[in-house]
Design a protein around this ligand. Structure first.
Ligand code: EPS
Length: 395
C-alpha cells in the first residue's frame, strides 16, 4: 500500500526518496522531517562527515500547503560534502585523474566492497561503496518522517533507545517504559540510564583510541498500534516478518529479535507466553509482553518491541588484512574517514523503518484515500474490537 524508493550516492549531489501511497490530507512539515534527520545525524561516535552535513529535506512533490495530495511525495536531501567531490562523483565524463584520485582497490572486510566488486565486475570499489554507504539511511529517515506523521494522526507513536554498545549494556531485566524512552533525546548515546550512557561513551572513546569500531543493540518500540495489523493468512503478509525484514535491511544490522526474542529458545512455554486476563473495567489485559506485541504475525494491541543487533562498522583505522584487487597482493584494507560507532543513529533509522512498515500495514487494514476516510474506517475497527474485548460499559 505504501511504497518508497530511495536513490543517491554518499558523495553524489543529493539523496532522493519517493513515497507513494500516502492518503490525502496528512500533515507534512519540513521542520518535522528535518528534526528526524538531525536526530539521525547525532549520537556519540560519529566521524568528521557529520560536521559537514546539515541534512534538510526539500519537498519537491505531493504536498500542497502543508498537506499531502494523495500523489507521490518526493523529497530531496542535498549532500553538502558533494562540493568536495564534484569531479570524483560527477555524472559527466571526467579525465582519468578524477577517477584515480579516490579509487579504492583494497576491499574492507565486512563492507559491501568485495561482494559488490564481484557482483558488478569492477575493481574500482568507489562504484560500490558510494551506494552501499549508510548515508542512504538519510533518505529512509525522511520517508519515515512522513509515515510517522500519518501514524501520529491515528495515535500511533514510535520511539527507540540503545540497549548495548560493545561490552556495556542495560541489564537484561530492564524493560524501558514509554516515558523513559522520551529521555533518550538528551542522551549522547540514546540510553535511558545516564550512568550506563556514560559507560557507553567511555567504551566508544576506548575503541576509538585503538583505531577500532564498535557495534551494539537498539530497541524500537511502537505504541497505540491497533490489534489486527498484518495477517497469518499468507507468509508474506505476517507483520513480524515484515518488521524483521525492514530492520534487517538497515546497514550493519546482523540480527533482529521481536519481544523477548532469543530468550524464547531457552524458556519454557509456561514462563514465556503472555497470559490473557479480563476485567469488567479494563476488558482484556496482558500482564506481560514477551511476544513484543505480535502473535500469529498479527499485532495484538500491546506495544510492538523489536531489537536489532548492529555490527561494528567495517572501516577501521587499525585495518584488517585484505588484497589489492589489481595486483592480488596482500594489502591492508582501505581506510576512509569514518565513524567509530553508529549504534545511536541506527536506532533512529529503525524508528523510520518500523513507522514505514506500520503505516503500510495500517493502510492495508483501513484503506482510505484521505486521512479522514482512514480515520473513520479505523474508528469502526476499534469500536468492533471494543465490543469484543473491551470493558463492559463500552459494549
Ligand atoms: C559511511 C562512511 C562515512 C559515514 C557515512 C557512512 O562517510 P564518509 O565516507 O563521507 O566519511 O559518515 O555515513 C553518512 C555519511 C551518514 O550520513 O550517515 C559508509 O561508508 O557507510
Amino acid at each position: 500500500m505504501l511504497r518508497f524508493l530511495t536513490a543517491g550516492e554518499s558523495h553524489g549531489p543529493a539523496l532522493t526518496v519517493v513515497v507513494d501511497g500516502l492518503p490525502a490530507g496528512v500533515p507534512v512539515s519540513r521542520e518535522a522531517i528535518d528534526a528526524d534527520l538531525r536526530r539521525r545525524q547525532g549520537g556519540y561516535g560519529r566521524g568528521g562527515r557529520m560536521q559537514i552535513e546539515t541534512d534538510s529535506a526539500e519537498i519537491t512533490a505531493g504536498v500542497r500547503h502543508g498537506l499531502t495530495l494523495g500523489s507521490p511525495v518526493s523529497l530531496l536531501v542535498r549532500n553538502r560534502d558533494h562540493e568536495n567531490w564534484r569531479d570524483v562523483m560527477s555524472p559527466e565524463p571526467q579525465p582519468d585523474a578524477a577517477r584515480e584520485r579516490r579509487r579504492l582497490r583494497y576491499p574492507r572486510p565486512g563492507h559491501a566492497d568485495l561482494a559488490g566488486a564481484l557482483k558488478y565486475g569492477t575493481d574500482d570499489l568507489r562504484n560500490v561503496l558510494e551506494r552501499a554507504s549508510a548515508r542512504e539511511t538519510t533518505a529512509r529517515v525522511a520517508a519515515g518522517a512522513l509515515a510517522r506523521s500519518l501514524l501520529r494522526e491515528t495515535g500511533i507513536e514510535v520511539r527507540s533507545h540503545v540497549l548495548r554498545i560493545g561490552t556495556v549494556a542495560l541489564p537484561a531485566t530492564v524493560s524501558a517504559s514509554w516515558d523513559e524512552l522520551s529521555r533518550v533525546e538528551t542522551s549522547a548515546v540514546r540510553c535511558i540510564d545516564p550512568a550506563t550512557g556514560d559507560a557507553m561513551t567511555a567504551e566508544i572513546d576506548r575503541v576509538k583510541k585503538d583505531g577500532d569500531s564498535v557495534g551494539g543493540v537498539v530497541e524500537v518500540v511502537a505504541r497505540g498500534v491497533p490489534p489486527g495489523l498484518g495477517s497469518f493468512a499468507q507468509w508474506d503478509r505476517r507483520l513480524d516478518g515484515r518488521i524483521a525484514q525492514a530492520l534487517m535491511s538497515i546497514h550493519a544490522v546482523k540480527a533482529v529479535a521481536l519481544g523477548a526474542g532469543f530468550a524464547g529458545g531457552e524458556t519454557r512455554g509456561s514462563a514465556f507466553h503472555d497470559e490473557i486476563l479480563w476485567s469488567a473495567g479494563a476488558g482484556i489485559e496482558r500482564p506481560t509482553n514477551r511476544a513484543g506485541g505480535l502473535e500469529g504475525g498479527v499485532s495484538n494491541g500491546q506495544e510492538i518491541r523489536a531489537a536489532a543487533v548492529v555490527k561494528p562498522i567495517p572501516t577501521l583505522l587499525m585495518a584488517l588484512r585484505s588484497v589489492d584487487l589489481q595486483t592480488r597482493q596482500p594489502q591492508s584494507a582501505s581506510v576512509e574517514r569514518s565513524d567509530t560507532c553508529v549504534v545511536p543513529a541506527a536506532g533512529v533509522v529503525a524508528e523510520a523503518m518500523l513507522a514505514l512498515v506500520l503505516a503500510d500495514a495500517l493502510l492495508e487494514k483501513t484503506g482510505g484515500d484521505s486521512l479522514s476516510e482512514l480515520k473513520a474506517h479505523l474508528e469502526a475497527t476499534r469500536s468492533g474490537q471494543r465490543a469484543l474485548a473491551g470493558p463492559l460499559d463500552q459494549r
